[in-house]
Design a protein around this ligand. Structure first.
Ligand code: URA
Length: 436
């Protein structure tokens, strides 16, 4: 049998590993028979040399099989989830699950926490008093069966190899490798027991992928590998230059996501949510056309069925369902300070990365995985992209615990807004759609 060192050397020299060799590597690593330094050097070899689709499929499957694969086959219907590569103000999942579930498509969703400048769905859900994201796998499956949706955090049982490999990638400069990202994302998503997946690959300053070519490469690879792994996969490339919607910060974002269920949300957030919901409903086989799927989404809001579904989901997670009708029950920061425009002009850009980093500085996010977040603090965008402001108008609100906290980010938030003398051209949020 070829040794681990020989496999590492083959990858280093640009050769290809057979599927069974990749399975052996992951098995040896998880069994403690392959040292961290050997895995690290293999990761660097993959980073430099890449992987074929066959290798990436094998890596995805080996990582998936390192843990438990949830079986939802007893639940009728095509189970569809959505994954976003992460952005600033991206609270889409919170409204998407009740909307799509209300349209009859079961949505099993395993989400993550915020890290760095991007927020996480779990932190936003936990802003709801009592909400538990740690339901066990049996409760998760039962909730998907009974309510058509459930939103939990990654458990230690789901793709444990990803957790260990990601920790090595993080400290060996090997995170930004397309095959490693693809295997990492898909191993976790395929473990949820889904039949189909919609990917929201964010592009721009506030995203993991800053330019469209790299985002497109990642999206194509995710779609190809997911399809080869037997799932139906569609990816949308969406803009992440400005924060999505008007709020950044956990309870503020949860409130905005609930407002969307009542038809009160900014156009960009509505566009993103509708586009993803339409794809999920089509993959779920509940509509025969895009127009019909969109009508179903809008009906779920008009008739209140999505809001009622949200109440039931919150209840199933141990949370207080009254927040849906009274968002005032969500945590609130004691102080709201404003950031004013120093000059007049049209808002031509709002730097999502800088707004995300300022929200982290206020305590809304974390720079280390073990940090706690403050659910109440955050930033509300007062002057949206494309709007006209006069000197002295509010650009943003800072929801803070103290004046000192506000002072620490005030100038940075102001500078994140670019004002120009002409109105910017309106930009579509959805840039491209990719399917196999
Ligand atoms: N998100 C993941 O889950 N994994 C990666 O490797 C990158 C982004």
């Amino acid at each position: 049998m070829v040794s681990l060192v020989e496999l590492i050397a083959r990858k280093r020299d640009g050769g290809e590993l057979a599927p069974e060799e990749i399975h052996r590597v992951i098995h040896a690593f998880m069994a403690g028979e392959m040292a961290d330094y050997q895995m690290s050097s293999l990761l660097m070899a993959v980073f430099q040399r890449g992987m074929s689709d066959a290798e990436t499929v094998a890596l995805t499957e080996a990582m998936l099989r390192s843990g438990k694969v949830i079986d939802l086959s007893h639940i009728p219907g095509i189970k569809v989830d959505k994954h976003s590569t992460g952005g600033v103000g991206d609270k889409v999942s919170l409204s998407l699950v009740p909307i799509v579930a209300a349209c009859g498509v079961p949505v099993p969703m395993v989400s993550g926490r915020g890290l760095g400048h991007t927020g996480g769905t779990l932190d936003k859900l936990e802003a709801i008093p009592g909400f538990r994201v740690d339901l066990d796998v049996d409760r998760f499956a039962a909730t998907v069966r009974d309510l058509g949706g459930c939103m939990i955090g990654q458990t230690a049982e789901i793709a444990p190899a990803d957790k260990r490999i990601y920790a090595l990638r993080d400290v060996t400069a090997t995170v930004e490798s397309v095959p490693l990202i693809v295997a990492s994302i898909l191993s976790k998503k395929l473990a949820e027991g889904i039949d189909a997946l919609v990917l929201d690959v964010k592009v721009g300053k506030g995203a993991f992928m800053k330019d469209i070519d790299r985002a497109r490469t990642l999206a194509h690879a995710l779609v190809r590998v997911g399809t080869r792994a037997g799932k139906r996969v569609v990816a949308l490339l969406t803009r992440m230059e400005e924060p999505l919607g008007r709020t950044v910060g956990n309870a503020l974002e949860t409130r905005e996501a609930i407002d969307l269920l009542f038809g009160r949300a900014p156009a960009d957030l509505v566009e993103c949510t509708e586009a993803l919901a339409v794809e999920m409903i089509l993959l779920g086989g509940k509509a025969e056309s895009r127009e019909r799927a969109l009508a179903m989404v809008r009906d779920s809001i008009r008739t209140g069925s999505a809001a009622r579904k949200m109440e039931k989901l919150i209840e199933a997670h141990g949370g207080d369902p009254r927040v849906v009708q009274s968002t005032d029950l969500l945590p609130k920061a004691p102080l709201v300070e404003t950031v004013k425009a120093k000059a007049s002009g049209w808002v031509s850009a709002i730097d999502a990365l800088e707004i995300g980093l300022c929200a982290v500085a206020l305590g809304a996010g974390r720079t280390r995985a073990d940090q706690a977040v403050d659910p109440a603090v955050g930033i509300v965008i007062g002057a949206a992209h494309g709007s006209r402001v006069e000197a002295g108008d509010t650009l943003a609100e800072l929801h803070v615990r103290s004046g000192q906290q506000a002072d620490a980010v005030r100038d940075r938030v102001a500078k994140a807004f670019r004002l120009e003398s002409a109105a910017p051209a309106p930009k579509s949020l959805v840039l491209e759609r990719i399917e196999s």
